[in-house]
Write a new protein. Structure first.
Ligand code: PBG
Length: 328
């Protein structure tokens, strides 16, 4: 490379057309997955206080919202359920008439284009709020939980889920789910694995949305330590080995190095989850007039993609889809 004054980096920044020619990262509506909440015991949609614009939906409001998501060209939604009844073993998570199973059926009936992804976890369904069933001493029983996660995945596939997404951070969850799906003739249902999921404070608003905060203790016995990156590579490698079709890093913004490293190392499609706390911070600052929401969100999602994410799960997805359409 020549140096100044032969080289002038500003030459290619002079006009919008030149900038467009050399733009390296393009955010596309096809990259987006929109997470949504559906609750059993409500009569009308309920806005989640720390997540303005995001609702716990009824089955009806979910279906109409999904129609608008599809119209915007977003290819997929991710569903979380809030059951009216929670118990020690999270039985509403894998009930054939559970809220997520009903929601998948309702969406599929109304809308065939969009991919419906079921989140496979137990924390929204257990009375204690942990992501699996507990041993007496409050520790999550990994191997017994695997059976229930597998049952959950199969029940979602029965309802018509296009993808299942295990997020419990149990060892062996991808393999257990792959086996169960295959045994039930769902060998074509892909798994999007929350592979490197950190024990993060950025999930705070989600736990309010999903009413899933652990009643005692925390999730550090199964979710990853935010200090670790090599361990994330081992998690991802293990999930790919067990049959994951898409792997995920979560959260996104404080973990861009993890995304980048994963992208360099693995060829499996890589998703990043721009989580609830990341959304809430942007919303709070923009409500105060302290930041330009649109520019901040586009910059953030572009950064996540530049780091290496192929897919981005984001509560901003609908807004981003609209802004991208306006830009064209
Ligand atoms: C369930 C789950 C969580 C999120 C996605 N799936 C919460 C948690 O692990 O506590 C967080 C999503 C978000 O914060 O937006 N295990």
């Amino acid at each position: 490379m020549s140096s100044f004054p032969e080289n002038r980096m500003r030459r290619l920044r002079a006009t919008p057309a030149l900038r467009r020619l050399v733009q390296e990262t393009w955010l596309s509506v096809s990259d987006l997955i929109y997470p949504m909440f559906v609750a059993e015991d409500i009569n009308r949609p309920r806005e989640i206080e720390p997540m303005p614009g995001i609702f716990q939906h009824t089955l009806d409001s979910l279906v109409s919202e999904v129609e608008s998501v599809a119209e915007l060209g977003i290819p997929a939604v991710l569903l979380f359920g809030i059951p009216s009844h929670k118990d020690e073993v999270g039985s509403q998570g894998y009930a054939s008439d559970g809220i997520v199973q009903e929601a998948i059926r309702a969406i599929k009936q109304a809308q065939q284009e969009l991919a419906v992804i079921g989140d496979v976890c137990m924390c929204e369904y257990t009375s204690h709020g942990h992501c699996g069933i507990l041993l007496e001493d409050g520790i999550v029983d990994n191997d017994r939980t695997l059976e229930l996660l597998a049952e959950t995945a199969v029940s979602q596939a029965d309802a018509g889920a296009d993808i299942v997404a295990p997020s419990a951070m149990m060892d062996g969850q991808v393999g257990a789910i792959r086996d169960a799906l295959d045994d039930n003739d769902y060998d074509n249902v892909p798994i999007m694995a929350y592979s490197a999921k950190y024990a993060s404070s950025f999930y705070g608003p989600f736990r309010e949305a999903a009413e899933s905060a652990p009643q005692m203790g925390d999730r550090r016995g199964y979710q990853m330590d935010p200090a670790n990156v090599n361990e994330a590579m081992r998690e991802i490698e293990g999930d790919i080995f067990e049959g994951a079709d898409i792997v995920m890093v979560k959260p996104a913004l404080a973990y861009l190095d993890v995304i980048s490293k994963a992208k360099q190392r693995f060829d499996t499609p890589l998703a990043a989850y721009n989580v609830s706390g990341e959304y809430s911070m942007v919303k709070a600052a923009s409500a105060n007039g302290w930041i330009d929401e649109r520019r901040i969100v586009m910059e953030t999602l572009t950064g996540i993609k530049r780091a290496g994410a192929d897919l981005i799960l984001s509560y901003h997805a609908k807004d981003v889809a609209e802004w991208l359409a306006e830009e064209r």
